[in-house]
Design a protein around this ligand. Structure first.
Ligand SMILES: C[S@@+](CC[C@H](N)C(=O)[O-])C[C@H]1O[C@@H](n2cnc3c(N)ncnc32)[C@H](O)[C@@H]1O
Length: 235
């Protein structure tokens, strides 16, 4: 297996690293908050005094968005993030690496079976607050979640933009950012992906989001896009 020859911080994304391998290829990685521990079978790289975890763009839509040139990454050391649709923790674990011990990831997941797997990840990572709840009902977790800098949504629901907007009203600071993965085909199989993106983006705009960028995730993830927006709280 090819070994790393060099690891350095990504020139555009703070807290994200580029691993250059012996065979000339490059990988994304984050600095492992829990050295020695893997989350989804990813490769671990030791370099200098630190350990890094490969961030697989075929497994994580956020990594795919970065490799597709997302304008900027609004998540950094110390960020407070509300993450809707934690799944078994693949992307949340990398977000946890990036925000570090000073940051926090409030991670909402409504499927108990999936949450059981996610709890194993959260157990090791003290900056993750796992919340078993339906993202449609933010009042259920309003006493747990504080005001956040970033809202991340990956719940693949037909009304995801509306759910996101409700959560923003409760938790997102004025001037805070949204990253939303749109899974076009699962929302409506009869519509072309571009129509679905447009409809979801219109809902976001009517709720006070200004769209900063949209990147399509192919070849890493067919029929998905990542929407990046800033939130202006209405008075
Ligand atoms: C695509 S997976 C998430 C993958 C994860 N974001 C990652 O990148 O590692 C979507 C998850 O959203 C969860 N989900 C869907 N609707 C939800 C809702 N209304 N509230 C909370 N979780 C929801 C599903 O159970 C599923 O685990």
């Amino acid at each position: 297996m090819s070994e790393p020859v060099k690891i350095y911080e990504h020139p555009n994304y703070k807290g994200v690293y580029v691993v250059e391998l012996e065979d000339g290829s490059a990988r994304l990685a984050t600095k492992n908050l829990v050295p020695g521990k893997r989350v989804y079978g990813e490769r671990l790289f030791r370099y200098g005094d630190s350990e890094y975890r490969e961030w697989n763009a075929y497994r994580s839509k956020l990594a795919g968005a970065l490799l597709k040139g997302l304008k900027e990454l609004p998540i950094s050391l110390g960020s407070r993030v509300l993450y809707l649709g934690a799944g078994s923790g693949t992307t949340p674990s990398h977000v946890s690496d990036i925000v570090g011990k000073e940051g926090v990831v409030y991670a909402v997941e409504f499927a108990p079976r999936v949450m059981r797997e996610f709890l194993v990840v959260a157990e090791d990572r003290k900056n993750i607050v796992p919340i078993l709840a339906d993202a449609r009902i933010p009042t259920r977790y309003r006493y747990i979640v504080e005001t956040v800098d970033v809202l991340y949504a990956d719940i693949a629901q037909p009304d995801q933009a509306a759910i996101v907007s409700d959560n923003a009203k409760f938790f997102l600071k004025d001037g805070g950012y949204l990253l939303m993965a749109v899974k076009a085909r699962s929302i409506d199989v009869t519509m072309e992906p571009s129509e679905v993106y447009k409809r979801e983006i219109d809902v976001l705009k009517s709720n006070g989001f200004e769209i900063l960028d949209v990147v399509h995730l192919e070849p890493f993830d067919k029929d998905h896009a990542m929407v990046y927006a800033v939130w202006r709280r209405k008075a």
